[in-house]
Design a protein. Structure first.
Length: 351
């Protein structure tokens, strides 16, 4: 890609991706990471400078978008304002010159499938945002595409409606068994709907796995910090013996499984999720000083200073939480298996 002011711009680098039939795979990452460019290349809206794109074994790298057998759901719905809901959904079938009776049957079926039966004669501006997104989804799936593509389809909806719509998208995708590639920057949305998630950073896929593996076993600090909340700690290895490794964190001791831990004296980085930590009332564990306590209804969040570094602790069921005031010295507890070693450098892992 060329820019007259900055010269060559590389939006995506060496992306190697295979999506299984019927799978919902999400491209997840911050703005500018290359996820939408990747999606647009699959769709045929942008041409890659190298490599190949295959759909069902057919090389479509140089095939126009309208000949790729794809359905595309846009972020802004992209409905025709002058057409009725029926006309919007029927448009792709009319272009394909389906018989009118078949179009009527197919559109009626898909409108019922997305919960819009009886809405066919309305115009888009007579519908809510969520209903318009359902129309966009119906238009994409009515042609029964080989691949269904979503470009941040829920970003214009309010938080409650996003949760409802993501469940609908997942339900329909599983019912129709359409191979799907979904783009979002919302990690919770990605975790809720995906079979696998490809996390992208600077135009590359840095980890491709299930939501659970990404959360529990991130391969880099970037993935750990982007998927959920994470405590990233610097430590030094004290000892490795009998399947356990002892770590020094600013004078405080943590114990974790020895697998992959380098020799004593080595600096390491580890990840601990906030919900894996607890405030230990026995005073037997490593010491920390409470900096703040925040009550959030369904949970309480603590921020503590531990070995010169800040830790976030989440306690669910606040009714059972004994409030600890800021400035109090407490002990913390964490199961060794909940401490995850990060590799020295980021690496790509496909699971």
């Amino acid at each position: 890609m060329q820019d007259r002011n900055r010269g060559e711009i590389v939006a995506v680098r060496n992306v190697d991706l295979q999506v299984s039939p019927g799978e919902l795979l999400t491209l997840l990452g911050p703005s500018g990471c290359g996820k939408t460019t990747t999606l647009r290349m699959i769709a045929g809206f942008q041409e890659p400078s190298g490599g190949s794109i295959l759909i069902a074994g057919r090389d479509v790298t140089r095939v126009p978008a309208n000949q790729r057998d794809i359905g595309f759901v846009f972020q802004n719905y992209a409905l025709f304002p002058h057409l009725t809901i029926f006309g919007n959904v029927a448009y792709g079938l009319q272009v394909r010159q389906w018989p009118a009776s078949d179009i009527r049957r197919a559109v009626d079926e898909v409108l019922e499938l997305v919960g819009l039966a009886g809405f066919g004669e309305r115009l888009p501006n007579e519908l809510s945002g969520g209903q318009q997104q359902r129309v966009a989804l119906a238009r994409a799936i009515v042609i029964r595409p080989s691949v269904l593509l979503f470009d941040e389809p829920l970003s214009n909806l309010d938080a409650k409606l996003r949760v409802s719509m993501r469940g609908e998208i997942r339900r329909l995708q599983q019912a129709l068994k359409i191979t799907t590639v979904y783009v979002t920057h919302d990690q919770e949305e990605a975790m809720a709907i995906s079979d696998r998630i490809a996390v992208m950073e600077d135009g590359r896929i840095v980890q491709l796995d299930s939501a659970e593996v990404l959360y529990r076993r991130p391969v880099s600090a970037f993935v750990a910090g982007f998927i959920g909340r994470a405590n990233l700690l610097r430590a030094t290895v004290l000892s490795v013996a009998n399947g356990r490794a002892s770590l020094d964190v600013g004078g405080e001791l943590l114990v974790m499984p020895a697998e992959g831990v380098p020799a004593p004296g080595s600096p390491v980085r580890v990840v601990i999720r906030p919900e894996s930590l607890a405030i230990d009332r026995s005073s037997a564990g490593p010491a920390a000083v409470v900096r703040s306590r925040t009550y959030l209804g369904d949970k309480v969040e603590y921020e503590v200073m531990f070995g010169g570094q800040i830790l976030h602790i989440v306690r669910f069921n606040p009714a059972e939480d004994e409030a600890v005031s800021p400035g109090t010295t407490v002990s913390i507890a964490v199961a060794p298996t909940n401490i995850v070693l990060l590799p020295p450098t980021a690496r790509f892992k496909q699971g």
